[in-house]
Design a binder for this molecule. Structure first.
Ligand code: TRP
Length: 336
């Protein structure tokens, strides 16, 4: 049996928040240390472009996300850590796959359909309003990311599962046409990773603007935690940890034993203010060492840049010869 190849892509929009941390960064970093796994992690900056982000924000977000993963201990010796746009073979493969992708398949993408639906709901005359071709064919670029490194396992959130299925469809069609050159991947969805509520109670997400940035300074972190919604129960009143956002967040950071202790404090009627202070101190302690390293890297982006270029070099040892094989298979060859 050959080793499984895991591949994780992170779109470079926004600043890492504690929801990203417990949902993706923490499990991803743990996996990066496992010598039994071959691991690829990359910053999907071409995907960010599809969202027509402001150039400075894309650049800033790329630095923030890379610095965050590095500061938290991503094992960049055991894993390959790179930036998508440093691998010119990926856009080439994207075009080759585009020629193997049925337009009808893209019509079915949830991500695209959601925007069409929103346009229709808002009574717009143009169902494709605000939709560029990159948003429409986003799954093909993602397929190229995955197939370029012969990934077998792709850890994703539920919202990305369909994209991995599309990757399989595209790869199968390619293989049928040109011979078995591409590895068929599968998605890995971890139902145990925590989904954190944001400040307003909805899922913590950049798009709801309800996040707690992972490396907010102490003052800001404290202030944001103080803003988390609670009910109007008085100090001394026994409280139910189920349905308490403060408890959910605490749980995502703590061990089972620690959470059980806090549940007891709830039963004993801990005041919300006290619980907020306790949560702040707990998270702050955990984040502090990484925050210092993060600030050091943010202060000297050349360290991050060098690490990404080193990763790109490792990645291209694979992508350059592999793309050559693929090009040859489709008839893009030296003339003779
Ligand atoms: N589309 C993914 C997201 O928004 C990010 C991504 C891009 C990705 N390319 C990928 C994830 C390849 C896994 C594999 O979350």
């Amino acid at each position: 049996m050959t080793k499984d190849v895991f591949l994780t892509g992170i779109t470079t929009t926004g600043t890492p928040h504690i929801g990203n941390y417990v949902g993706a960064i923490r499990p991803g970093i743990e996996a990066s240390r496992d010598p039994a796994k071959e691991n690829f992690y990359f910053l999907a900056d071409f995907h960010a472009l599809a969202k027509a982000e402001d150039p400075d924000r894309i650049n800033r977000s790329t630095l923030e996300i890379a610095a965050a993963w590095m500061a938290l201990g991503l094992d960049t010796d055991n894993a390959v850590f790179y930036r998508q746009s440093d691998i010119p073979e990926i856009p080439q493969l994207t075009w080759i796959l585009t020629s193997m992708t049925a337009k009808g398949l893209m019509n079915r993408a949830h991500s695209y359909k959601a925007v069409v639906q929103a346009n229709e709901d808002s009574g717009s005359k143009d169902p494709d309003k605000g939709i560029n071709m990159a948003l429409y064919s986003y799954p093909i670029l993602m397929a190229a990311d995955i197939l370029m490194f012969r990934s077998t396992k792709v850890p994703v959130g539920r919202d990305q599962k369909q994209h991995v299925e599309m990757t399989r469809d595209i790869a199968q069609r390619f293989n049928h046409h040109y011979g078995n050159l591409l590895t068929i991947p599968e998605s890995v969805i971890d139902d145990n990773t925590a989904v954190l509520p944001g400040l307003d109670g909805r899922k913590m997400s950049k798009s709801y603007d309800n996040t707690i940035p992972l490396f907010a300074d102490e003052k800001r972190l404290r202030k944001l935690i103080m803003k988390i919604k609670t009910n109007s129960q008085e100090p001394g009143e026994p409280k139910d940890p189920d349905g308490s956002m403060l408890f959910q967040i605490y749980q995502a950071f703590a061990t089972t034993e620690e959470s059980a202790e806090i549940a007891k404090k709830y039963a004993d009627g801990i005041a919300w203010g006290e619980m907020k202070q306790l949560l702040f101190e707990y998270i702050n302690e955990q984040i502090k060492p990484a925050r210092e390293e993060y600030l050091r890297l943010m202060d000297d982006p050349s360290i991050v840049e060098a690490e990404l270029l080193r990763g790109a070099e490792k990645a291209r040892k694979i992508s350059v010869p592999y793309l050559n094989e693929i090009r040859h298979a489709v008839g893009i060859r030296t003339l003779r």
